[in-house]
Design a protein around this ligand. Structure first.
Ligand code: 2HA
Ligand code: ZN
Length: 269
């Protein structure tokens, strides 16, 4: 079977990273059934031969107009596909799409006609916003990390920056590697425009948005980095839970220790 990844090592590397992350999501229990989504802006890896590839699909509407995505290409997990299958066969469970010049429609170009994620309008709206801002971020990840979701079932963790400060205080690496913390999005219907709009707004201040009683949405330069942010945050949640299971409320790092770390690692305040 011909693949566009053949003889394109840089593009193959990006798709390989998606597959690796998809496997981690499954192993961690964050990706039951078809749970979660991944989209990566791969435009910089697209050569003239790929640009000339004919469409495999008919022209499909995105559902919204996204002016900064003209001529962009994305690798997207397929709708209703499993992360554990994406891990093993990325080009059978995901596809590359081309955004057309009207910025409101797309075609699938490779390798197979796999329909992209049902969350495509919200993921593409995030990418459009990132390009508009001049952000270097190319990857977005939605997943269902068990312990972080559990936290969103308590009102106290939905208050602004309460979860961020708690998670940061569990282990120094969390603030170092997730320096912008988590933004909280009150419950909205999955796939809704309201959820997408609230997520885009939160991602101006945070790299990871926590959707109440649903999951997280993370962005970063590449898919591995987006995964790492969610992983360190969930690790902190696990430490918190472990301490509670031992029968005590963990002290957390002191304000002075947090301040010292912020200065030493040149982190935002
Ligand atoms: O696409 O997790 O919230 C599967 C989801 C949607
Ligand atoms: Zn979900």
């Amino acid at each position: 079977m011909n693949s566009i990844l053949t003889n394109r090592p840089a593009l193959a590397y990006q798709v390989g990273q998606v597959a690796e992350v998809a496997g981690y999501l499954w192993q961690k229990g964050w990706a039951e059934r078809n749970g979660g989504n991944i989209t990566v802006n791969i435009t910089e890896y697209v050569d003239d031969a790929l640009r000339a590839l004919p469409a495999l699909s008919e022209i499909k509407p995105i559902g919204t107009t996204l002016p900064h995505l003209k001529g962009c290409y994305f690798f997207c997990k397929g709708t209703n596909r499993r992360m554990r299958d994406l891990a093993r066969w990325p080009m059978d469970n995901g596809s590359v799409i081309r955004i057309l010049d009207d910025c409101a429609s797309y075609v699938i170009i490779a390798d197979k006609e796999v329909q992209p994620t049902s969350e495509l309008p919200s993921h593409l709206s995030v990418h459009n916003h990132l390009i508009a801002k001049g952000s270097p971020y190319k990857a977005s990840l939605h997943t269902h990390p068990i312990e972080l979701i559990a936290m969103t079932h308590s009102k106290k963790y939905l208050e602004k920056d309460v979860a961020t400060n708690l998670l940061w205080s569990m282990i120094p690496e969390t603030k170092a590697f997730c320096p912008r913390g988590v933004g909280i999005i009150p419950y909205e219907l999955p796939s809704s425009v309201k959820l997408a709009d609230a997520t885009i707004a939160a991602l101006d201040d945070y790299d990871v948005a926590m959707w109440e009683k649903h999951g997280v949405f993370a962005i970063d330069t590449d898919i591995m980095a987006a995964f790492d942010q969610v992983d360190v945050l969930n690790k902190s949640a696990l430490i918190y839970i472990a301490a509670k299971n031992m029968g005590f409320e963990p002290d957390g790092m002191t304000r002075e220790q947090m301040r010292e770390l912020t200065v030493a690692f040149h982190l935002p305040k």
